[in-house]
Design a protein around this ligand. Structure first.
Ligand SMILES: [Ca+2]
Length: 390
């Protein structure tokens, strides 16, 4: 699922550097992308590998590291402001649980059919949100910046991209995601019109605007297509990758939540079939699949004892004990349908890389660049850029 990592055969990794060299690997030369342009580096949640997610400091760091786009996830406050958070439940990404004045706001809400407990953005005004500070959600990442940075609004993120892009002499794009659109509609806080209003204020209404809007749901993207020409991306999730490399589709990560509500039998995987991609092309410009849809990985059971082998012998079985498989046809089929492909999420920590990459995140990027992905959502934009330049 989204916090996880996927993983391809060693022989292919070895051919990547040579293939990129043959393709150019520098400006002005051709890449196997839909446009032939070099793939985009998208600063996932800012610079999530270094600084707390979704903070202006994190977004700035991603821009400083060369990201082409920065990526704010959007949820709504009680007064309808769009703020950058990965979840409506802000317990894991802010210091709210430490704030005595908000203790009574702790509650339960159902998000996409799953009950959660904690503090929710829609119970706070923007002014209240501004008193909170961001914290690092992953326990294995650097906590030293916890409690230091504010929660930004979409406008603040757009302003930062403009200002920092001007300083750097290049265009920095913003790649907002509408989080849990159906959930927000049910709260009376529909995200899409609010998002369109903010984008219009900046003049971002055309395909050429430095904005790409993404969503895991479908009907909201179809709605947006009737209102704007900015680029739209259909995200494609799954629950997990099985031992044999096939995708595990378990609710609520089995299908767009608006499909679940409507009783639509189609799954996320169905969106990536040739027919599914053709349908996506009617309302979106690209797809954003979890990367194992493009190149899966599998576990190994050489001694046939029914348990996955601990390939690196460290006593536990994780991503490092998976081996990459042959690429699927998803990138080829998406390009044939006229859709670009932005894959997520690339993370550099050794424990989040398949055995093939031997702890080198650049090897993973190059494998996906060689396959023809048009962009990568990366927690470590510096590594994504370095791999592209190599
Ligand atoms: Ca292991």
């Amino acid at each position: 699922m989204r916090q996880q990592q996927a993983t391809k055969a060693g022989f292919l990794v070895l051919t990547v550097a040579a293939a990129l060299t043959a393709c150019g690997g520098s400006d002005g030369e051709s890449y196997p992308t839909l446009s032939g342009e070099r793939p985009l580096v998208i600063g996932h949640r800012g610079a999530a590998g270094y600084l707390p997610d979704h903070t202006l400091e994190g977004y700035k760091k991603a821009i400083d590291m060369g990201a082409d786009f920065i990526e704010p996830d959007l949820v709504a406050t009680k007064d309808g402001a769009l703020i950058a958070r990965h979840e409506p439940n802000i317990t894991g990404t802010t210091d709210v649980s430490q704030r005595a004045e908000f203790a009574a706001r702790k509650t339960k809400k159902v998000v996409d059919g799953v009950e959660e407990e904690g503090w929710f953005a829609s119970d706070f005004t923007l002014a209240e949100i501004k008193t909170l500070r961001a914290i690092q959600p992953l326990a294995d990442r650097d906590p030293q910046y916890n409690g230091k940075f504010q929660i930004p609004t979409l406008e603040e993120v757009l302003d930062l991209a403009k200002t920092e892009g001007a300083k750097a002499g290049r265009t920095v794009g913003v790649y907002p995601e509408t989080k849990h659109p159906t959930y927000h509609v049910n709260l009376g806080l529909k995200l899409e019109d609010r998002l369109l209003a903010v984008l219009a204020k900046y003049g971002y209404t055309t395909k050429a605007a430095p904005v790409i809007v993404q969503s895991f749901e479908v009907s909201n993207l179809k709605y947006l297509r009737t209102k704007t020409q900015v680029r739209l991306v259909q995200l494609v999730d799954a629950d997990d990758v099985k031992a044999d490399g096939s995708m595990s589709l378990v609710a609520p990560y089995d299908k767009p939540y608006d499909f679940a509500v409507a009783g639509d039998a189609r799954t996320f995987a169905s969106l990536l079939t040739p027919a599914g991609l053709k349908e996506v092309k009617t309302y979106a410009d690209g797809v954003g699949p979890w990367k194992p849809y493009l190149i899966p990985s599998k576990q190994v059971d050489a001694n046939k004892d029914g348990k996955p082998d601990d390939l690196n012998g460290d006593g536990k079985v994780d991503e490092r004990d998976r081996v990459m498989m042959a690429p699927t046809d998803v990138v080829k089929n998406a390009h044939a349908a006229g859709l670009f492909v932005h894959a997520y999420t690339f993370r550099s920590e050794a424990k989040r890389l398949a055995s093939d990459f031997k702890g080198d995140p650049k090897a993973e990027y190059q494998l996906f660049y060689q396959l023809g992905v048009d962009g990568v959502f990366s927690d470590f934009a510096d590594h994504a850029v370095a791999a592209r330049n190599r």
